[in-house]
Design a protein around this ligand. Structure first.
Ligand code: F3S
Length: 311
């Protein structure tokens, strides 16, 4: 059996960075207690750090649990801001309440906050965000222009916007994970109606690159495994992309289900592909790989070859 892992599978740069920041906090605390300099301050993440229960449970076991609202963080504690970022008012709340911030906002999201703040506060322009109004990243971005942004999630929203607004100066940014096609379409329409419109293409290529590599692999294997949380929207999207090209595509959360359900379907002659959503740690991808490889081949050799893109 030949097993291949798609390039760009798993954590993107921003998620990887946020998870490392959280584990660094744990090691720092451990070091202090080994030197009898006990650090009693409690550490929280504001919302689940990533949509992966293995990682969040592990963090909770090691002393970092999630809070849902800023007011859930006790006075004097420390709070890790996740990669999606948060509204300005949340940062201000934490500072006012003597809560130390550990900012793991992805630098690409941070850049959008800066653009929005500058365009809105310094230049007095109306902000338009192309994205999902319920997504924490969009809620966060909107919070850097006093929650005054007009949010467009698809082309239909533009009509509502045109009915309400005259030709005012607008600055348009994108949620990092939207399709570029949608942003370009919105740009094309808005340019016809707004004579003073600036467009900032703030889309991050990590998602599209992951999908492209998964599609490329799915098209040439007999069976494709998409690894990731059941409620992770980017994993579901990856599954759809792969399923279109490989009928035998399955979505699994981790290696356990493969042992139970799929190992007997695999045979030596097959070519198997693996990809994973943005919240899937490398350790889970490896486990999935090893579950399939262990009885069939010299995986040590294959692992070296296959995991190259992950290192
Ligand atoms: Fe950052 Fe792009 Fe990931 S914006 S969090 S690197 S998808």
């Amino acid at each position: 059996m030949k097993i291949e892992i798609a390039k760009n599978a798993g954590f993107c740069f921003g998620v990887d960075r946020a998870v490392k920041i959280a584990y660094d906090c744990i090691s720092e605390k451990d070091k202090l207690s080994q030197n009898n300099l006990a650090d009693d301050s409690l550490i929280y993440t504001y919302g689940m750090l990533i949509h992966n229960t293995d990682v969040t449970n592990d963090l909770a076991k090691k002393g970092i649990s999630a809070i849902e609202k800023p007011c859930d963080a006790p006075f004097g504690s420390r709070v890790i801001i996740r990669a999606h970022g948060v509204p300005k008012s949340d940062i201000e709340y934490f500072k006012k309440n003597n809560i130390k911030l550990i900012d793991a906002t992805c630098p690409f999201v941070k850049k959008i906050h800066k653009i929005v703040l500058d365009e809105y506060i310094n230049k007095g322009r109306t902000i338009v965000i192309v994205g999902n109004p319920e997504h924490p990243e969009v809620i966060g971005i909107n919070g850097w222009c006093n929650n005054s942004a007009i949010i467009i999630s698809d082309e239909n929203d533009i009509n509502d916007m045109l009915l309400k607004l005259k030709d005012i100066p607008i600055s348009v940014v994108a949620q990092t994970t939207i399709r570029r096609q949608l942003f370009k379409k919105v740009e094309e329409i808005l340019k016809k109606h707004f004579t003073n419109a600036d467009f900032f293409d703030t889309i991050c290529s990590a998602t599209s690159e992951r999908q492209k590599s998964a599609a490329e692999l799915a098209a040439r294997v007999d069976m494709m495994f998409v690894v990731g949380g059941k409620n992770s929207s980017n994993t579901l999207k990856l599954y759809e992309v792969c399923k279109e090209l490989c009928e035998n595509t399955v979505h699994v959360e981790n290696s356990k289900i493969i042992k139970k359900q799929y190992n007997n379907l695999l045979n030596k002659k097959m070519k198997v592909g693996i990809t994973a959503g943005a919240s899937t740690p490398e350790s889970v991808i490896k486990e999935v790989y090893l579950t399939m490889a262990e009885n069939e081949m010299n995986f040590a050799e294959a692992l070296e070859e296959t995991l190259k893109p992950l290192k």
